[in-house]
Design a protein around this ligand. Structure first.
Ligand code: HEC
Length: 151
């Protein structure tokens, strides 16, 4: 019994060691920069974040690329696999600006409320960007005041 638990403890220590080693290798790879798959670097070298809880980027297109594209894809056509990520391209639900603002602020099932980490102006920018790109032609812009009312 004692021997078994010693062996178990030893093998766990070895496993933990190899996990630590591979984590080290991974963060070294991330630190090297351009290979990072998301384009968001740990040390905020590109200024995408003010801190871990808020985005500093004011531009709707860049916010889309950084925050939304990871799930909805760069072409906004969505994805299906481990989860279902709806297409925002040609999406009639976007006819309602308030609806889009609501989803971005509050989240929806598998989507976190990423707008909580943005200012009202940033939420308006990214929603306006999505509503006027990817085949969407909803030109009535949502305003920061509208976002504030939904928040
Ligand atoms: C972590 C993944 C993830 C991120 C990041 C994300 N979304 Fe989503 N989004 C989803 C999922 C999943 C749904 C579908 C939720 C459902 O219907 O259950 C969704 C739904 C939506 C919808 C509703 C679509 C419809 O047809 O009604 C809108 C609008 C939307 N997202 C916009 C955005 C915008 C804009 C951003 C960036 C600011 C964003 N999302 C970021 C995963 C994400």
């Amino acid at each position: 019994m004692k021997l078994t638990s010693t062996i178990l403890a030893l093998s766990m220590a070895v496993a933990a060691g190899s996990i630590a080693a591979s984590a080290g290798a991974q963060s070294a790879a991330e630190a090297s920069g351009p290979a990072s798959p998301t384009g968001v670097h740990g040390g905020d070298t590109d200024g995408a974040f003010i801190n871990a809880r808020s985005f500093s980027e004011p531009d709707g297109e860049k916010l889309y690329r950084r925050v939304c594209a990871g799930c909805h894809m760069p072409d906004a056509k969505g994805a299906q696999g481990a989860g279902m990520y709806p297409a925002l391209a040609g999406n009639q639900n976007l006819a309602s600006g308030d609806y889009a603002v609501y989803v971005v602020l509050k989240g929806m099932h598998g989507m976190p409320g990423v707008g909580r980490m943005m200012t009202d102006a940033q939420v308006a920018e990214v929603v306006n960007y999505v509503r006027t790109h990817f085949g969407n032609k909803y030109r009535d812009k949502v305003t920061a005041a509208q976002v504030s009312a939904v928040r």
